[in-house]
Structure formats: C-alpha cells, structure tokens
Write a protein that binds this ligand. Structure first.
Ligand SMILES: CCCCCCCCCCCCC[C@H](O)CC(=O)SCCNC(=O)CCNC(=O)[C@H](O)C(C)(C)COP(=O)(O)OP(=O)(O)OC[C@H]1O[C@@H](n2cnc3c(N)ncnc32)[C@H](O)[C@@H]1OP(=O)(O)O
Length: 271
C-alpha cells in the first residue's frame, strides 16, 4: 500500500490521498458547500478518476468547515441548459453508485437536497450528532434527484420516503440512524479517527471481492432470486480468479492475518 500524501488544493474540491484512501472534500464553506456548476463538474471528474486509479481502495466524501453539503447552489442556480446540468448530476450519481471501491460519507453538519442524496449514494454514512438532514427539494419548488427516488424507498420504504420528501422535514442524525439512513452516529471530536479507521479496514480488504460484493448488493434488490444467484456465482468465479481467496484460506489455516492484493491469478488485467 503506497503511503502517498498528496493534497490537491482545488478551488471547490480538495483531494487527499493517503494509504489507498482518497478523501474528497466539498470546499465552498461560505455556501455550506453548495454545489455550483463548477463543483458538479469537479465532483464528476474526481469520482471518474477515483474509479480508474488502481491505488485508490476507498473513497471518503465530506464537506469543509462543519457542513456536509447544502445541495445545489440556489443563489447561482445556473438555470441555463437544465437538461445538460441534470446529465452531470446523473453522471455523479452513477459514478458514485458504481465506484468499484467502498465509499464512506463523513457527514459533519448539514446535508440537504442533493447534498443529502450525495451522502446516501455512498455505501456507508457516518454522521455527527449535530448533523441535520432534509429532502428540502419541495421547499424550493423542485422534486428529489441525484438518485433519491431510487435510493430512499429502498432504504426507508415508500411511505417514509414520501413523508421525508413531500413534507421536506428536517431530521437529526439519531432520527436518520433510526431510519437506516445513517450507519453510525459518532461525536464530532471522534469522527475523523473513526472514519480513518473505518477506511483503513476497507482498504485492508480484498479489493476484487469488495467490488463484487458492492455490485451484487446494488443490483440484487431489483433482481429475481434466480438472477441474483447467477450473479453471485459469476462473482465467486471472479473472486477465485484472484490470489485473495487462496491467501485468506491459507492465512486461516496458518493462524495469521491475510494479506490481500487483488492480484489476478488467471490472466485478467486488474482494473
Ligand atoms: C436549484 C437549482 C434550480 C435550477 C433548476 C435548473 C437547473 C438544473 C440543474 C441543477 C439542478 C440541481 C438540482 C438539485 O439537486 C436541487 C437541490 O439540491 S434543491 C436544494 C437546494 N438547497 C437548499 O435549498 C438549501 C438552502 N440552504 C438552507 O436551507 C440553509 O442554508 C441550510 C442548509 C439549512 C443551513 O442553514 P444555516 O446553518 O442557517 O446557514 P445559512 O442559511 O445562514 O447559510 C450560510 C450561508 O450559505 C448560503 N447557502 C446555504 N445553502 C446554500 C445553497 N444551497 N445555495 C446557495 N447558498 C447557500 C446562505 O445563503 C448563507 O449565505 P450568506 O447569507 O451568509 O451570504
């Protein structure tokens, strides 16, 4: 694992790389990290890059200065070419959902509108108790987007999804945790260490098997059992084409920790 300590000071998106963990920080603190046209583009490009960089084994998404993200920048909505902009949102939602590495949203404050759905698009969500969440769209004359209409009903059920969106209620982290919309609630002075340790556990796992697991679960809910079983069989065959499964079995017998590399053993180029 390379310990690259690269920090890219972007105008609206900061990138830190350390030991296979890529942290992307939405960096418009004076606007509660609202996403303007420039940041939508930066986020899309950063997610695309993270998905193709073999050194990236986990992605952490967070916001600067005590906010996660307040959704689209409605002070400068850039209403021109709405469908072109909506295509960028779709790119961001799909890239995040289909990223072949685990993703963690570190919610350190407000997460509303597209900002909340950005967090929900991550595999795991860690939030401070002070974080607040709202599907605020209808308060702005809009309906939900960034994949929220697909994600929310899966996470909380159709009726609760309608409650959150039709009423645009604000809930806190504990309420979101009770609704399976936050994975862990962690005190603000502990969340950085918690997320770092979580990301290191994910980075230490078998990269191909983690990618297969993520894809199986993302697709599984919409598949018949028969199709899901076929997908699982294909995934296991892929996992057995790497050195990781034999290494894990040998480590168990030898009573030691496995060392996962994701290296292919039967003629397939790694990602
Ligand atoms: C919305 C675009 C319409 C155009 C449609 C056609 C184009 C289509 C392509 C784009 C589509 C994007 C779709 C997107 O998914 C839509 C959404 O995300 S809708 C939700 C938009 N977001 C909001 O409505 C949230 C607005 N903000 C708030 O409600 C509150 O700020 C807060 C987040 C609850 C936090 O409250 P406070 O803690 O009290 O903080 P302040 O309110 O004082 O904010 C501090 C400072 O930041 C500014 N600010 C906050 N949020 C935004 C924001 N989203 N956009 C712009 N600016 C924001 C706020 O104005 C304050 O600034 P100051 O007054 O200090 O100058």
């Amino acid at each position: 694992m390379t310990a690259s300590e690269l920090r890219v000071e972007g105008p609206v998106l900061l990138r830190d790389d350390l030991d296979g963990i890529r942290t992307l920080t939405l960096n418009r603190p004076r606007r509660k990290n609202a996403i303007d046209t420039e940041l939508w583009g930066c986020l899309r490009d950063a997610l695309d890059d993270a998905g193709t960089d073999p050194d990236v084994r986990a992605v952490v998404l967070t916001g600067a200065a005590g906010a996660f993200c307040s959704g689209a920048d409605i002070a400068n909505p850039g209403v021109a070419h709405p469908m072109r902009k909506m295509r960028v949102l779709s790119d961001v939602a799909l890239l995040l959902h289909e990223l072949p590495v685990p993703t963690v949203a570190k919610v350190n404050g407000v997460a509303v509108g597209a900002g909340w759905n950005l967090a929900l698009g991550c595999d795991l969500v860690v939030a401070t108790p002070e974080s607040t969440f709202s599907q605020i769209f209808t308060k702005r004359g809009l309906s939900l987007d960034l994949g929220g209409s697909w994600l929310l009903p899966k996470l909380v059920g159709l009726q609760q999804a309608k409650r959150l969106t039709l009423l645009a209620e604000t809930i806190d982290a504990e309420q979101a945790h009770a609704m399976n919309l936050v994975t862990w609630v962690v005190p603000g002075d502990e969340i950085d260490v918690f997320v770092d340790e979580l990301a290191r556990r994910l980075v230490g796992g078998p990269p191909v098997a983690l990618a297969q697991t993520k894809a199986l679960l993302n697709e599984g809910a919409d598949r018949t059992l028969r199709d899901a079983l076929a997908n699982e069989a294909r995934a296991q065959a892929t996992n057995f084409a790497t050195a990781d499964a034999p290494e894990a079995f040998a480590a168990f017998v030898e009573k030691r920790e496995p060392r996962f590399t994701g290296q292919w053993t039967v003629g397939r180029a790694q990602k």
